[in-house]
Design a protein around this ligand. Sequence first.
Ligand SMILES: [Zn+2]
Length: 129
Amino acid sequence: MSRVLSLMERVFESALEEERQRLDVSLNWSKSIKRLMLEDAGTFVGEQAGPEWLTRRELRERDLMAEVKAALKRLDEGKYGHCDLCREPIELDHLLEVPWARYCAGCLADSGVLTAPISVATETTRAPR
Ligand SMILES: [Zn+2]
């Protein structure tokens, strides 16, 4: 952190750091389990050496980790809490619920933003003001 953060930003920073640590632990856990399963497949349930749920969980957590890291970067750059699309401030209650939120409620309500890749979303959706 090179910038001096406001009190509010520090509160969100600690929430994001906490989430990052949680994900770190969880991703390491997934890695250890996978290694164990490969090394000692017999101990586990036979051929299930890479169960679907573990992969899904890992992917989900990696995605979330990327979001959390991006939010920490926005904090550092002084862009935190502003919508990626319309640049308006993101609602506080939304940030409290999802500290790594990129979009305001208005833009989220626009269909497609949630699932479309960022580049596409930026080109095709803009919240009407
Ligand atoms: Zn917006």
